[in-house]
Design a protein. Sequence first.
Length: 447
Amino acid sequence: MPKDYFYLRTALTLTGLCLGWVGASSRTIGAELTGATAPVVTASATDSRSEPPTSWTDPDTGHRVIRLTREPGSDSFYFNYNCFTPDGKKMAYTTTNGISVLNLETLQATPMVTGPAKTIIVGYKSSNLYYTKRTEDRFLRTLWCVNLDTGANRKIADLPRRASVVAINANETLGAGTFIEGDANTAGAYDGTLPYGQMTEVNLGEPIDKGEMMTKRLAARLPMTLFTIDLKTGKTKTLLKHDTNWLNHLQFSPTDPNLLMYCHEGHWQLVDRIWTIRTDGSHKQLIHQRMMEMEISGHEWWGADGDTIFYQLHFPRGGRVNYIASYNVKTKERVWLEYGPVQSSIHDNSSPDGKLFCGDGDNRNPWIILLRPVIVSDRDDRKTLGKNLVKGGYLESEKLVNMSKHNYRLEPNPIFTPDMKYIVFRSNMFGPDYAFAVEVAKSDPSR
């Protein structure tokens, strides 16, 4: 589910998240904090009532953690939003009063948007951050973008009633979104009808009755429309209409501007989750076909190549056998990488080069973790009999950050930086939430 608490109980039905990786950068996050004179504080030595440390070495893992943001209640993006500018120098994030941009070298922050706003992504080509805003009519939103280099802010379009744009394509010519048709509603259960509130310094994330709300929303079978919008003209085009599946999590391929992924939202065992469709309405395809009772898949994201769809796969629900699975839309190749309960996470993510994964942990595994894939390959002299077989392997994990003081109702949402030196996440381990980054490499004790 999405992170922005502005819309937590109002617009989750309209959420679609788009992952995009950008050009690599050799810059170091917060150079002045990670240098020889950087303050190093252990988390256990910090009074939670005092100002959280700006940098410390996790005593359990040996990895350096940097607090990126200074504003209590500031959060990094959902795990498959792109938050980085194309040059890798800046990162957008949300605050209690809007949206800001962070210079990743100096950690200097600049406010960009004031007031409640729903982030979409930072563009793959430009430094434009796309977002939506409510109007005085709570059923009407407007689409905007702000340039994170110049600060220039402009309105793009008025959106259809009850609609929100939640994805931007690779060449920044189209947006994509959904809306519930007519006045159909579930009395506030993920139907966009309830008023939203301002983010606070401490955001607990998911509602305590999330499961009940999802059950109610899925059972209602509200009719929905999936559409694209031309970012120059504001003209909309319908891709799906009167669809009673709960359409959610829209994500454009970061390289193919005409390929859109979306999901059927709801309890994963009750839906066929992951789908793709072309922007001309053709080639609607289910990505993973269920084979077992109570088998579930979800929390899907695009790889940086724009061809690979990754997702979590569990046989059966409850974490008995778990995989990070992938499907290549061009080659049709499937890869399943197995992991155990002590490697579980709410969300996983992949590095820009596709060679590493990371996870944000969960209540039974409260760690930010790094995952290294090991492929179990055929021997040249003993090829496995069969065609179109799934490639298999497993994941070796390394603990990076102890998250035992984090309340996991707020999902940490791990994201590799473009240079792959850090993993960005959000946490309330010190009370208020902030955005953090942990170094992938262990700290040099001599620093």
